[in-house]
Design a protein around this ligand. Structure first.
Ligand SMILES: *[C@@H]1O[C@H](CO)[C@@H](O)[C@H](O)[C@H]1NC(C)=O
Ligand SMILES: *[C@@H]1O[C@H](CO)[C@@H](O)[C@H](O)[C@H]1NC(C)=O
Ligand SMILES: *[C@@H]1O[C@H](CO)[C@@H](O)[C@H](O)[C@H]1NC(C)=O
Ligand SMILES: *[C@@H]1O[C@H](CO)[C@@H](O)[C@H](O)[C@H]1NC(C)=O
Ligand SMILES: *[C@@H]1O[C@H](CO)[C@@H](O)[C@H](O)[C@H]1NC(C)=O
Ligand SMILES: *[C@@H]1O[C@H](CO)[C@@H](O)[C@H](O)[C@H]1NC(C)=O
Ligand SMILES: *[C@@H]1O[C@H](CO)[C@@H](O)[C@H](O)[C@H]1NC(C)=O
Ligand SMILES: *[C@@H]1O[C@H](CO)[C@@H](O)[C@H](O)[C@H]1NC(C)=O
Length: 403
């Protein structure tokens, strides 16, 4: 791992060949709050897309992530509906969120890092940072997001509250792809970021994509309620889908939580793998391998033989279910002193701002030898690693452990 403090000193004296951020102080906080009239006007003409594809994967043909909110491992594990769902899938007992609070975790699962983010602000990641959808596009693997009660596809406002009670409903901070300029500056991509009505239509019309991210609203994901409500919602949502052949066949679903609730604890979160892609003999079992939110990107790369983003996904552990088919080598990791409960400094940090964009690695060993996405290498290749060297470990725990 790079000596971070030495690097900071070098930046302060201007001697590092760093990718300096366009901001020399923390990015401005805006909350883009369109009025209801503006929203209704935009909704009237907003388009949506439902492309389909059928690219065979090693262990699954579809990968669907469903994220719930702020729950300690033990609270989830003791829930009655969790027990019923676990019987149908694999419980990941050593799966970790990567920091606190919510938004950086959603950011990380799309882009392979949270860039120092330590807040739930209106953060925008610059267009030269790639995400998992750039990887999927390499092979034309169809994708979408389903964000409950987002008022129209590609909505970029900070929130869309319940219009009768003005309580939290849709929030931008729980929408991973909308945080990225490389997504919002592309109209096609905006049309793929739909709400649950869009999901129901795609299901009914048999137009489901091969990769999707689901965010229930602030009631159903447990944020403004509790784990009982979130898991009840998940159970009611998933059971019919698991029994639907069109939905379930060769589909891998990961049901997880963005972060642990108790900040002073290890940030491990209860996680289940479900769906038709889970082999019969593995149902009702547990997997104790060390995984993080970055494992979702790495597993997608490994499953479809895609390259890496060159960030913390480079050497992240891949789900055993996939490595069983591909032979990817899992790294053991001693988690005794690992917390992953606070963000390291970076360009998205409000508390410990550093005006540098971390440079992705172009290490050929990333993604089990698939290397790094060519557009990432073209934009960032040849630059010295700044802040940290993503090729060095599978955790990205700089500053994430206690102290
Ligand atoms: C990426 O974008 C950021 C923000 O605009 C900029 O500071 C940085 O220099 C860019 N880096 C590269 C390699 O293009
Ligand atoms: C969902 O999006 C559609 C447009 O695709 C919009 O007409 C509808 O009002 C939205 N519905 C909900 C419940 O958010
Ligand atoms: C967003 O939240 C604020 C504060 O709760 C609220 O006043 C506003 O109406 C919400 N915006 C929308 C579009 O729902
Ligand atoms: C969240 O969605 C559910 C339906 O899935 C709805 O009953 C509930 O009212 C929504 N929450 C808010 C705050 O609007
Ligand atoms: C826009 O997004 C689509 C879907 O991800 C992609 O196929 C296309 O190449 C993108 N266009 C540009 C100019 O990046
Ligand atoms: C969650 O809240 C409901 C009431 O809304 C309550 O019945 C339930 O016991 C709560 N669950 C937990 C784990 O506190
Ligand atoms: C992370 O956990 C450690 C160990 O419990 C604790 O000392 C530290 O304060 C925690 N950090 C945050 C931001 O809560
Ligand atoms: C958060 O995860 C840790 C690590 O597994 C676990 O001990 C604990 O149940 C969770 N936190 C709390 C306060 O329960």
């Amino acid at each position: 791992m790079l000596p971070f403090i030495a690097l900071l000193a070098a930046v302060k004296t201007g001697s590092a060949a760093a990718a300096l951020s366009s901001y020399m102080s923390p990015p401005p906080v805006s909350t883009i709050e369109p009025s209801l009239t503006q929203i209704e006007k935009a909704a009237a003409t907003a388009l949506s897309l439902s492309p389909v594809s059928n690219v065979k994967g090693a262990a699954f043909d579809r990968f669907y992530q469903i994220w719930l909110e702020n729950t300690d491992y033990s609270s989830a594990a003791s829930d009655l509906n969790v027990k019923k769902l676990s019987a149908q899938g694999i419980t990941l007992t050593n799966y970790w969120a990567v920091t606190h609070p919510s938004e950086p975790n959603y950011c990380a699962v799309a882009g392979g890092d949270y860039f120092g983010m330590d807040n739930d602000n209106f953060n925008r990641i610059p267009a030269n940072v790639s995400t998992v959808v750039d990887l999927l596009d390499v092979k034309g693997i169809s994708w979408a997001e389903y964000q409950e009660h987002e008022p129209y596809p590609g909505f970029q406002g900070f929130n869309y509250s319940n219009q009768a009670t003005y309580t939290n409903d849709y929030v931008r901070k729980h929408n991973p792809l909308i945080l990225y300029d490389s997504v919002i500056q592309n109209q096609t991509r905006l049309e793929l970021i739909k709400n649950f009505t869009g999901f129901n239509n795609d299901l009914k019309n048999q137009r489901l994509p091969q990769w999707a991210f689901f965010t229930p609203n602030m009631t159903n994901d447990g944020h403004d309620t509790n784990v009982t409500v979130a898991v009840q919602w998940s159970y009611d949502f998933l059971i019919p889908l698991l029994n639907n052949d069109y939905f379930s066949k060769d589909t891998l679903i990961i049901l997880t939580f963005d972060e642990n609730e108790s900040y002073a604890q290890h940030n491990k979160v209860f996680t289940l793998l479900l769906g038709g892609a889970v082999p019969e003999h593995l149902r009702g079992t547990t997997d104790d391998t060390f995984y993080t939110h970055y494992s979702n990107i790495a597993s997608v790369s490994q499953n479809w033989a895609l390259p890496s983003l060159g960030r913390w996904d480079c050497h992240a552990n891949v789900f055993q279910l996939v490595t069983d088919m591909t032979g990817y080598k899992t790294q053991q990791f001693d988690t005794k002193n690992l917390y992953l409960n606070q963000s390291y400094p970076g360009p998205m940090s409000a508390k410990e701002y550093v005006p540098i964009w971390p440079v992705p690695t172009t290490d050929k060993t990333c993604a089990n030898g698939m290397g790094v996405l060519s557009s990432v290498a073209k934009t960032w290749g040849g630059m010295k690693p700044t802040l940290y060297d993503y090729s060095q470990d599978c955790v990205g725990n700089l500053g994430g452990s206690a102290g």
